[in-house]
Design a protein around this ligand. Structure first.
Ligand code: AGP
Length: 363
């Protein structure tokens, strides 16, 4: 087992460091820089013509990627909703043959996600699986499959696959907009070079991260809060899930604007607030963070060096400047490192947290 970890003590740490390669593999050959179009191998141009709405079904970290994808799809002018696969049997919105249901699953074997996929198929929806595992049940059972090509992920805590799922959903959003409305939505002239630069930007974070120091500074806290807005919201949820999963400490993720609607009652000097800034209404997120700071909570800003939040915050986890569509994914790498180092300090069994399985094959 140690051989598989290479120079790292844990698979999770190795897999965090594999993200530049994983993302390069995910986008390789899928962007036609000449035409500025997204080329998804088995999907001829026009494949998604006629799709009226998209439902993304997933669990856990994959659900957070699905939520990220649903926001990207909506921004591209495609009606999309992310749904917890385990709730789908009791709360599925109506589907018809103009609905595309996308199962997002690293393993392609999650029972809850398979159930939602089967239900969607039986109801007449068109189905697509986004997965890391070629030949998985979800890949075989959906009408179509798209692979994230992240390479094997051994650590129970999903890391590189989240980044790859989110990037693939960004590409898919552009592709759907192109097929359905005849034009990709985002300013692809700026997004595509930023996407291509993601591996280098993540490398820069991995080389210079101070997440280990920040983890040590807040090691004795009572609870850890993560806040974000827009694409920063799924990242806040993911930051908290990762933290609780491997440290066993209490952590919650909130939409920044929700703090004042209840969670603020929990805020004390013992509850650090990690604020994610993606460039989407950052001034509001900063105000929300300051509201927590006024109640004594230390604020850790996850943002670029010259961001105005740096002067306000008690600590800073730095990310390179990039497009708002991608900033949350860079912030997420810092939060993965934070969780990893916090769990390491507590001497937790990082790759195999208690009570959890890599692939949950029961309902
Ligand atoms: C994430 O760290 C967890 N291991 C878990 O939430 C996981 O993402 C979830 O069980 C879904 O798994 P899947 O992507 O293989 O479907």
């Amino acid at each position: 087992e140690q051989a598989g970890k290479g120079e790292y003590d844990h698979f999770m740490h190795k897999e965090i460091h594999e993200q530049p390669t994983a993302l390069a593999q995910a986008i390789e050959g899928r962007i036609d820089h000449g035409s500025g179009r997204i080329a998804l191998e088995d999907f001829e141009p026009g494949t998604f013509e006629g799709i009226e709405s998209v439902q993304l079904v997933a669990c856990g970290t994959s659900y957070h990627a699905a939520l990220y994808g649903s926001l990207a799809l909506n921004a591209a002018g495609i009606r999309a909703t992310a749904l917890l696969a385990n709730e789908y049997s009791v709360s599925a919105p109506p589907v018809d043959d103009d609905t595309l249901v996308i199962a997002v699953s690293q393993s392609g074997e999650t029972a809850d996600t398979l159930n939602a996929l089967r239900q969607a198929r039986a109801s007449g929806a068109r189905t697509l699986t986004l997965t890391n595992v070629v030949g998985s049940t979800a890949a075989r059972e959906a009408d179509d499959a798209l692979f994230i090509r992240a390479g094997p992920e051994i650590g129970v805590a999903a890391t590189k696959t989240f980044s790859s799922q989110a990037v693939m959903l960004l590409l898919l959003a552009q592709r759907l907009a192109d097929d359905v409305r005849g034009e990709p939505h985002a300013d692809l002239d700026s997004l595509l070079p930023e996407l291509a630069a993601m591996p280098d930007r993540i490398d820069a974070i991995l080389e210079a991260s101070t997440a280990d120091r920040v983890a040590r500074r807040y090691a004795d806290s009572e609870s850890y809060f993560f806040i974000g807005r827009g694409l920063g919201f799924p990242v806040a949820l993911e930051g908290a899930l990762k933290f609780k999963e491997i440290t066993y400490e209490h952590a919650e993720g909130f939409a920044s604007g929700e703090l004042k609607h209840g969670p603020l009652a929990l805020v004390t000097p013992e509850t650090p607030v990690f604020a994610i800034f993606t460039g989407e209404e950052d001034e509001k997120t900063l105000k929300n963070a300051e509201e927590a700071q006024t109640r004594g909570a230390p604020v850790v800003a996850v943002c670029p060096e010259d961001h105005r939040a740096v002067a306000v915050a008690d600590d800073h986890l730095r990310i390179p400047e990039t497009d708002a569509d991608l900033a949350g994914l860079l912030a997420n790498v810092q939060l993965q490192l934070l969780s990893y180092h916090a769990a390491d300090l507590l001497d937790r069994p990082i790759d195999k947290p208690r009570n959890l399985a890599k692939s949950v094959t029961v309902e």
